[in-house]
Design a binder for this molecule. Structure first.
Ligand SMILES: [Zn+2]
Length: 292
């Protein structure tokens, strides 16, 4: 079984499987994995199923995402294994306010003393600790975390000579943020993108939509994603781009760089868009059936 859409599994399990499945989470989400260097001071410090990224600078570090609340201690261990100190993290960022990527932020903020920046569309969910549009679902809550600076599309986060650009890619959440970073790779310069996600997962597309405007947001995101130059795609779910397999391939072949994978990015966008249009048609058909 793969967890390419692990969140969908959780959405299903939150309704159906919780009594028989103790944690409710796909096992890789909580499974430690060896942290690794992607390129030019960008590191993977997440679990086997939830991506967390450390971007190092001489003036302190940036951490993107926090995994589940249970992942926070392991993130600290992974950072230390790489020779860094979580207390040197100055800025926390988030791809999107879903508990499996924002749940660890409150604890990581407490341990690091860092500030949290987030897109305006996700601030209420982060600070309220809920899944926007499904506020009553207890299983999808996350520890509330205060946002120190509110961002919008095109904003640049700068620290120690590094610049991270926020590309707003809404739909999966209202504030879904993909982070662009220019990185050196030997003599080459690569465009790295930590892509938020554009899966439908647990979102309602109709009757009523998860949030107003969600359908237009998804479509704008598919269009925007195709305008981005992406050499090195990274994601909050490592299986989106086969990151752990690329880690292992990099170890076996020190000259090639398997993380350079522009086709992997466009293929995922194509797949997410096809899934979205199919699920939207099904949701609208269902609506027609239920409202004669
Ligand atoms: Zn999500």
């Amino acid at each position: 079984m793969t967890y390419v859409d692990g969140f969908l599994l959780v959405a299903f399990c939150a309704v159906v499987c919780l009594p028989v499945q103790a944690s409710g989470w796909p096992p890789p989400w909580l499974e430690a994995t060896e942290p690794f260097h992607v390129m030019d001071g960008i590191y993977y410090v997440g679990s086997a199923g939830l991506g967390v990224y450390l971007v190092t600078t001489p003036d302190g570090h940036i951490l993107i995402d926090g995994g589940l609340p249970e992942n926070a201690p392991q993130v600290a261990v992974s950072v230390a294994q790489l020779g860094f100190d979580l207390r040197d993290v100055r800025i926390l960022l988030n791809t999107h306010a879903h508990f499996d990527h924002s749940g660890g932020l409150a604890e990581l903020k407490r341990r690091s003393g860092a500030v949290l920046y987030a897109h305006a569309g996700d601030v209420s969910a982060l600070e309220g600790g809920f899944y926007l549009g499904s506020e009553a679902v207890e299983a999808w809550r996350a520890p509330p975390v205060a946002v120190d600076r509110v961002l919008e599309n095109g904003d640049i986060v700068e620290l120690g000579g590094r610049r991270l650009t926020l590309h707003h890619t809404p739909g999966h959440t209202r504030g879904c943020s993909s982070w662009g970073i220019t990185a050196r790779d030997g003599a080459a310069e690569r465009q790295v993108l930590v892509f938020c996600s554009a899966s439908v997962a647990a979102n309602r597309l109709a009757d009523p939509p998860q949030y107003p405007g969600i359908v237009d947001d998804y479509r704008a995101t598919f269009a925007r994603a195709r305008t981005l130059a992406v050499d090195v795609p990274l994601a909050p779910h490592p299986e989106f781009f086969g990151l752990l397999e690329k880690r292992d391939a990099a170890r076996g072949s020190p000259t090639a760089n398997p993380f350079v994978d522009p086709q992997g990015f466009t293929a995922l966008i194509d797949r997410f868009e096809a899934d979205f249009e199919r699920e939207l048609a099904a949701a609208r058909d269902q609506q027609r059936v239920s409202t004669p």
